[in-house]
Design a protein around this ligand. Structure first.
Ligand SMILES: *[C@@H]1O[C@H](CO)[C@@H](O)[C@H](O)[C@H]1NC(C)=O
Ligand SMILES: *[C@@H]1O[C@H](CO)[C@@H](O)[C@H](O)[C@H]1NC(C)=O
Length: 363
């Protein structure tokens, strides 16, 4: 089948919506935080601004409700109903949950897992603010909708289902998910066809979510952590990009490398478990893998900047006794690169990048 180039481009943008929403959510929350801590404006002004951000957050969060696949629970969207109830049934797995990517009905594991990781991070950093405007339970529910899928998508140590649906077929037809009748083929990575990127990202998502659910449901949190550890081991032991193992994914969510996911996954596992082996992993592999990297953006495809910021936390907050000199040096390198990255993003920094859109600069 011949491809129209415009169509591909449009699909890529449609496809990125889920991930973009997770990042919008984080941005809204960061702005929120700024206004909560503002002292020099009048209280009425501040309240009005808080209301606007609360409303923006609520609308952003609604997106996750709209994207839900499976048998809906507490559905708040009048025009959504149950769909894809049979996903996974041919291999006796319940893969009905998870979220559709965008206007399509494919469940793409790579960006979906990244969405869960970033949503977890947003909850961990700003959950108290979400709670103040009554959005925290909703955030937990949306996160669990994805992690329930990830748990079931990982039926044995070295098998992970990374996609439900056929994007080529799906994208030829606009329809309601409630009414779809097409085949819903499953795609997996395994020891012979590895997917280090997608498996390590799924490990990161489950490790991060295990921290979110730790105080709410410790059994569920423990299950997530068990899967996260196994998936990280699978990702690291059978190294290869899922884009090479399954070339069909290249037209949708191509992965250009997996070292960032390995460092990001290990960084989340270190935070979730406190186990020294993960710190040793990032410290011994940081330089070799990424030369500390020099990322200029943070995205579903490149998580290096995220790993660097996460590991800077350890550099700031960890008690010094349990960190070796070598590890401490490597953490400093992560921190330095994180600082360079952030200085590029902050508009008023002397090192601010000039490559930005002419939008509103928030003061
Ligand atoms: C391993 O994954 C590949 C790629 O998805 C698939 O073609 C193959 O059937 C899988 N192996 C098994 C034993 O299912
Ligand atoms: C996907 O990424 C690989 C590795 O960087 C690259 O070789 C390939 O050309 C990319 N594919 C597409 C369709 O962009």
């Amino acid at each position: 089948m011949e491809k129209e180039p415009h169509k591909d481009k449009r699909l890529v943008w449609r496809g990125l919506i889920l991930v973009i929403m997770a990042l919008v959510l984080a941005a809204v929350l960061i702005s929120f935080q700024k206004y909560f801590h503002r002292s020099n404006s009048s209280e009425a002004d501040a309240n009005q601004v808080v209301d606007k951000y609360a409303n923006a957050l609520s609308i952003a969060m609604q997106f996750f409700d709209v994207q839900k696949s499976g048998k809906l629970v507490n559905n708040k969207i009048a025009w959504r109903g149950d769909s894809a109830l049979g996903d996974g049934s041919e291999v006796n797995l319940d893969l009905s949950r998870g979220m559709y990517d965008a206007g399509d009905h494919v469940k793409f594991g790579f960006p979906m897992a990244f969405t869960a990781t970033v949503l977890s991070w947003a909850i961990l950093e700003y959950g108290n603010h979400m709670n103040m405007v009554n959005e925290l339970d909703n955030a937990h529910e949306s996160l669990k909708w994805i992690t329930d899928f990830l748990i079931n998508a990982h039926p044995s140590e070295n098998v992970l289902y990374i996609q439900v649906g056929d994007p080529e077929l799906d994208h030829t037809c606009w329809e309601r998910p409630e009414a779809m009748t097409g085949k819903r083929p499953l795609t997996q990575v395994n020891a012979s066809y590895p997917g280090t990127d997608v498996a390590a990202e799924s490990a990161a998502a489950m490790a991060a979510a295990s921290l979110v659910f730790k105080s709410i449901d410790s059994a569920y949190s423990g299950t997530l952590l068990k899967h996260a550890k196994q998936l990280f081991k699978f990702a690291d032991s059978y190294r290869g990009s899922y884009s090479i193992s399954i070339p069909g994914v290249q037209d949708f969510y191509n992965s250009t490398g997996f070292v960032d996911e390995l460092l990001w996954g290990a960084a989340w596992l270190y935070h979730a478990t406190g186990e020294k082996s993960y710190l040793t992993y990032v410290s011994t592999n940081g330089n070799a893998f990424a030369n500390w990297g020099n990322p200029s953006w943070f995205s579903w495809e490149n998580k290096l900047a995220g790993a660097q910021v996460l590991l800077s936390r350890v550099n700031f907050f960890s008690s010094k006794e349990d960190i070796s000199t070598e590890e401490s040096l490597s953490l400093q390198s992560y921190r330095q690169t994180a600082e360079i990255f952030l200085c590029g993003l902050l508009p008023e920094s002397p090192m601010a990048t000039s490559q930005r859109t002419a939008g509103i600069v928030m003061k």
